[in-house]
Design a binder for this molecule. Structure first.
Ligand code: ADP
Ligand code: MG
Length: 355
């Protein structure tokens, strides 16, 4: 067990790192952030920060030497950087999990391999393969870059008449995945924490509404049937177990119009759809991560309120003034100076009596 006073290394400097560092501080741990830029949202609230590139071995070694355990807050940290740190200090979740989830083809292959349903998909390795796939396409599909996508980046909606050249260019990467379009009823996610002894704690499934492929609003809990709520949670627990996860995992799912659950993607870290847990649950997703990687018992996921979490994206951040004056609205701002369209600047959680 790592006692309070120990240093938790966080690879990545975004808002997830910021909220991990805040949860760590609450339990008496020190956070040490590794990020590409100074004054990152995470570094602003951490005890220590290293500014360095992920391909700078000296900076990575300096970071590894200074921490007792490390985690990551961002999926697209180069695997080599994570492996280098892991050769020197424990990294949790283990780097192999990060590598599976960094590649949509590997991720879906893993899921199907353990019997978890996803939409049907095929690999498209080059433009010629895309042209062939489009020629035999039935119905709509989504072309995604296999790696480095987030917030809908690297995704192109396609249909049987789409020109392969244009779609390939817009995807903008060497290897793609062509997924059958899911005409979903809604999107849900489950955040689950798993500790050292295999103990698990899951939050209830929540509903996620996206605008321009970016999460806009999370409604906690989701309004699914009791059976679907159980199934979603059990899928998430099963994946966490099969990954031998130590940490926190988010599982994004589609609920199809005929009521099936298809897993869309995994994130082996706290997730935007779990931000509501800070204000509405006994233990937040960020504290669960700290507990799991420090070998502490997991906390209760009991929620004392239902919640609606609204992301403040781009210019929406200016509405913080109204929100802060609103009784019961919990305002979270990430300390980002530059407002850019599509950039997550903060969020507001509104609590409601439990249904
Ligand atoms: N196969 C699909 N069918 C229908 N909608 C999709 C599909 N794939 C992605 N989407 C939509 O785009 C959003 C973002 O895609 P996702 O695969 O989660 O990538 P990321 O979150 O990494 O950008 C999803 O939450 C969903 O709304
Ligand atoms: Mg997603």
């Amino acid at each position: 067990m790592l006692e309070p006073g120990a240093t938790i290394g966080i690879l990545g400097g975004g808002q997830l790192g910021r909220m991990i560092a805040m949860a760590a501080a609450r339990l008496g741990y020190r956070a040490h952030v590794f990020a590409g830029e100074g004054d990152s949202p995470a570094a602003q609230v951490a005890a220590t920060a290293t500014v360095g590139a992920y391909d700078d071995p000296h900076k990575l070694d300096e970071f590894a030497a200074a921490v007792d355990v490390a985690t990551f807050e961002f999926e697209n940290i180069p695997a080599d950087a994570v492996r280098r740190v892991a050769a020197r200090k424990p990294v949790m979740p283990r780097p192999e999990i990060l590598e599976i989830t960094q590649d949509r083809l590997r991720e879906k292959g893993f899921l199907n391999g353990i019997g978890v349903a996803t939409t049907s998909y095929q690999e498209v390795g080059d433009l010629a393969a895309l042209a062939r796939a489009l020629a035999s396409l039935e119905g709509r599909a989504v072309l995604k870059s296999a790696r480095m996508g987030y917030d809908g980046k690297g995704q192109v909606a396609v249909h049987p008449g789409t020109s392969p050249d244009g779609a390939w260019l817009r995807m903008g990467s060497g290897r793609g995945i062509l997924e059958r379009f899911v005409d979903f009823q809604c999107e849900v996610s489950v955040v689950v924490a798993r500790g050292e002894d295999g103990a698990m704690a899951a939050y209830p499934p929540v509903e996620n509404r996206h605008v321009n492929h970016i999460l806009d609003t999370t409604i906690a809990p989701a309004s699914l049937s009791v059976a679907q709520m159980r199934e979603a949670e059990s899928i998430a627990r099963d994946i966490a177990t099969r990954l031998d996860l130590l940490g926190v995992l988010a599982v994004e799912m589609f609920v199809t119009r005929d009521g099936r659950l298809l897993v869309n993607e995994l994130a082996p870290r706290p997730h935007n759809s779990g931000h509501w847990t800070i204000d509405a649950c006994a233990t937040s997703q960020f504290e669960q991560l700290v507990r799991a990687i420090c070998g502490l018992p997991l906390g209760s996921t009991e929620r004392h309120a239902d919640a609606v979490m609204k992301n403040l994206i781009g210019d929406e951040v200016h509405t913080w003034r109204q929100a802060i004056a609103e009784p019961g609205a919990q305002v979270h701002l990430y300390g980002k100076r530059a407002v850019r369209p599509g950039r997550k600047m903060g969020h507001v959680t509104r609590l409601l009596p439990r249904r």
